[in-house]
Structures are given as structure tokens and as C-alpha cells.
Design a protein around this ligand. Sequence first.
Ligand code: FAD
Length: 517
Amino acid sequence: TSILVVRSITLLLLSCTAIRTTVGVISSIPSSLAELPLDGHLSFDELHHIAKDFGNRFQYLPSAILYPKSVSDIALTVEHIWQLGPYSDLTIAARGHGHSLQGQSQTHRGIVINMESLKSPLMKVHRGKSPFVDVSGGELWINILRESLKYGLAPKSWTDYLHLTVGGTLSNGGISGQAFRHGPQISNVHQLEVITGKGEVVKCSEKQNEDLFHGVLGGLGQFGIITQARISLEPAPDMVKWIRVLYSDFETFTRDQERLISEENTFDYIEGFVIINRTGLVNNWRSSFSPQDPIQASEFKSEGRTLFCLEMAKYYKLSDLDTAIKEVERLLSQLNYVSSTLFLSEVPYIEFLDRVHVSEIKLRSKGLWEVPHPWLNLLIPRSKIDIFAAEVFGNILTDTSNGPILIYPVNKSKWDNRTSVVIPEEDIFYLVAFLSSAIPTSTGTDGLKHILTQNTRILDFCERANLGVKQYLAHYTRQEDWKNHFGPHWESFVQRKSAYDPLAILAPGQQIFHKAA
Ligand code: FAD
């Protein structure tokens, strides 16, 4: 050990002629880093644009950005920092599309790796009985969809928004309306290539280095940087029947949702959302949904009541239209929604999956995309969802919501308990997502302070009522809160950290482990 320590100190002293960044911060970036034989390049200026994320609340200025062109660029950089040992405070944050909410893909005075620059391997679709696609960890899901559709194929499990990277969503879970059937995105990966915190490039799968494989899935970037992923595909449909129906009674709504996700022959996508105190047309920024009968839709008045919207989709090939129509009729006939609130739309598959992007374009044009997003995502056991709803929708959020509130159940059996992701201990649990936008200058109910207070009230209630809720995309700053979050899985999480990133170099923005320097 002492030889290693002496070597580390010597390396650090020899190479640490500090580099002055354009903003005048003296960083502890060693000059030797700039001499690494990279295919891509390191940038020490124009760092501000990367010191932010979708959440728009936390900004940590790095000392350098790596724009990798090859896997070896990333491996060399990580290995170099690893070799500096514990006496360097440098950390590394892989940044996917930077759509984290609280600085998770940032690092204060460390190195950000811009994963989208990594274009290798070139995306390659493999057809056959069990088709799959090999992609770079920095690839956007929308590009994977476009490429696989050329072969009549598509991934099975999605997020609602596709302009996110593979590495970013696989580090969290990746949940959407297909998860009840296929599980989250982390249940649909065959193999990964990962660079550990020691700079080692490791292939892993169910059969090879399985502990690293499972650890990295849902592992919040703690055990390695995903440079490649092999993602399972299925035959893609042509079109989607996209349906919304309304409920005024929460229990009827969730009973129907749970029935649908428990059946074999059911819809292909099942979600839902809460509508608080709105009149008129059922719509929200997260979708480009436009019902075929807009007059009927606009005539429905909610009269300020809280309503629950069940959202479903049936996929079909153009040649199977008749069967799809019958199937939709059969499934709808079993549901107990408010009659006259059936809204139907038909769109191409890609348009359905990329629906949130349409809203992004609209919001961007009004300057409403790059505002603070104090989102709160909760996973709630089915047995507690009624208690949760009674308090939150009946008491805490009665006047307005500052963005969509999604609510839908998933089946736990589709989640692999060997991965790092933390979920409630029940066969069915709900994702409830409060996707708030705050108006930057407001001090009212649409301001950041008010929304954060509401989030705290919701979390405090969950705690007080002992609901067994877990946060998804959680953000804690104290290790004891993380310990609590992981519960019985904390020990194995710590063990994996000490095996794969013992110096805590990777993903410091999650604030789970801190590099000792
Ligand atoms: P980043 O924010 O860049 O990174 C996230 C974390 O992963 C960081 O800790 C980072 O260091 C790490 N990381 C990034 N790349 C890698 C890599 N290659 N290897 C290892 N670690 C890496 N999530 C859902 O599950 N379902 C949804 O429906 C959904 N909808 C969303 C809609 C919008 C509009 C937004 C903004 C987010 C949504 N999310 C959803 C959340 C999203 O999945 C996460 O925020 C995700 O982290 C974003 O991916 P990213 O590529 O931007 O990752």
C-alpha cells in the first residue's frame, strides 16, 4: 500500500501544474491529463454550458470536459485519475443528455464526460429470432428508435421522453407505460460494456461479470460508465390507437388500471394522470394528444373537480386494423369510466413514442422549457395508494398543479431484484410523478418556493403515514438518507462501490459517496 501511496503522491506532484480555466478558478487538473493520447479532446474552457441540467436549480462548474471519440478515451482518462490516487480530489461525471434534476450529472471542479460525443460502436441492429441492437452508452433513445424502425423493429420498454441517453436512463431504471408488461428499460438489456472507476473496460451480462452487470443497472452511475449496451428489440407496429377516458372516482380509476395491467391480452401501454381544477379540454403539455372528436372533448367540463385520466394505447400493424378495433372495443367495454369521456386518437408509432418532444418544442418557443423543474417521483405500494391519494389530491394539492401528475401501476415481477434500483415491497406499485415547472420570478403558487414546500408536505405525509414509499430519481445530500433509501440493499451497494470505484471517482453529483481528498 505504501508504495502505491508514494507513487500516487509523486505522480500528482509531478503533474499538478494547475491549469487556469477561463473563469479564473485554479483547478487541480494535472497537466499530464492534457497529454493523454486521445482520439477526441479535452476542453478547459467554455465550461458554463455544461454546469446545468434540466432541473435548472443546481450548477457545478467543472474544470474540464472530455469529448470522447473512442471508448479508450474514457478508459485512459478514468485510469489516469485513478492512478493519481486518493490525494487528488478530481472526480468524473458521465453526462448523458443532462436531463437530471439536481446536478446528478455534474461535478464541481472535476471532469465531465460528454457521452453524446461517443459514437462508437456504430449502432448495429441484429435481426433474427431474438433481435437486439448494439448502441453506444451516449446514444439518444430517439435515434435508436429511428434506426431500429428501418428494420421493422423497436425496443420494448421506453421512457415518456426519448431525448435521453441509454447510459442516463439505464443508470436510473427507465419507466413508462410499457413497464407493466416488459419491466423497466433495465429489464430489457442483454449486455453492457462498462468502464469502472479504475479505468478497466469490462464486458458484463447475466453470464459474465454478473455482479457488475446488475450493479450498474439502476446504479446511479456509481460503479462504472456505460460505454455500450445491447438492447432487446421486438417487431414494431405501424400505428397506435391512443385513448383517454376520465374518472371522477379514484378507486374506480385504480381498480381499472390494475385490472388492465394484470391481464394477458390487454393494451400495450397503460398510464394515467390527475387533472386538478381545470375546465374544458383535457390536455396537458406532456402530450400532443388531439382527439378525433375535438368538439366532444372540448364540451366536457370538469367544473373544477379533480379528475383521473386513464391513458391507454393499442399498437397495430396496418394489415391488422380490424382485429385492433375489436380488441380495443372489448377492452374498453370492461372499464367503468364516465361515459361520454372517451377520447380517441390514431397516430404513427414513432409519433406516439416521441409525443413529449412536440410539447418541448412548443415550450421552448415560449421560453418555458428552461425553467426550474422541482420534480418529485414516488413509487408507492398498491395497498397504500388510496391513503396517499386521499391526502395528496384531497388535501395538499386541491387548487392547482404546476404541471402534469402522472399515476400508473406496474408489476414488480417484471423488475429484477439483483439490480441496484430500489422499489417498494409489493407485487404492484404505482409511479406517481409530480412534473412541476416553476416560474423563475414568481413568489406565488407557481414559484419554486411554493412547489418545494408542497413537495416537502407530500414527503412528510408519506413518512408520517409510513407508506413504504421509495423515491425514483431520488436526491439526498446525506449518506444516512441514502442508507435509508436503500434499506437492506445498502450493504451490497457499498460493497459494489468498494469493488468497482473504491476511490469514489464516478458520478459525484449523486452525493452518495464522497471522494476523500
Ligand atoms: P444525465 O442526466 O446526463 O445523467 C443521469 C445520471 O446518470 C448521472 O448521475 C450521470 O452521471 C449518469 N450517467 C449518464 N450517462 C452515463 C453512462 N453512460 N454511464 C454511467 N452513468 C451515466 N425517466 C423515466 O424513467 N421515465 C420517464 O418517462 C421519464 N421522462 C422524462 C421526461 C423528461 C422531459 C425528462 C427531463 C426526464 C425524464 N425522465 C424519465 C428522467 C430521466 O430518465 C433521467 O433524468 C435520466 O437521467 C436522463 O438521462 P440523461 O441521458 O439526460 O442522463
